[in-house]
Design a protein around this ligand. Sequence first.
Ligand code: DC
Length: 208
Amino acid sequence: MIVAIDGPAASGKGTLGKRIAEHFGFAHLDTGLLYRAVARDVLARGAALENEMVAIDCARSLDPASLADPVLRQAGIGEAASIVARIEEVRTALLQFQREFALRKPGAVLDGRDIGTVVCPDADVKIFVTAQPEVRARRRHLERRAAGDDISYREVLNLIRQRDARDAGRASAPMRPASDAVLLDTTNLDIETAFDAAVGLIKRKIGQ
Ligand code: DC
């Protein structure tokens, strides 16, 4: 059983993916961590994020054990990840790891931007989680303020808009819902309701 969850930054797809995996006893991969790790490694080599040769090399030599690095959860690294994620060969280098992960038994939940379209086009359940940018910015702003960051709501909203445009506008595996994905708009939905809706979809698929 493969569950593909895609959607923009701060849509709630990560929390949803984690909870679905826990509920069904499936493995969970937050694929954004792979791109974040490539960005971290490019910066650690003192290179620019736009340096394609270095980024491709970092993607090819990525150590999956380093995905637990807490640095990857820091705010700015998401923007950096979005820059290296535009490079086609970086994406190709990360495909095999994701596809092998998707085969874990009894099931796997992968969340990202292109899981339903490119990584696992044959996934059993595809969910595209959205929410209006203002609502996502409000959630992200609260999180960052709680973490002691004194960024303004406007700045967070601008970052979200830039990231959406970059992730959806790139040539290689742009963020978009698969034609057979179920759209879950969390603008006016709390996490519990979104979770219940997702569980319902998966249960119907399993035939429970
Ligand atoms: O989900 P996230 O915010 O951790 O992702 C960080 C960036 O990585 C995102 O802006 C674009 C890129 N990404 C991607 O291109 N494809 C994925 N499947 C996951 C993330």
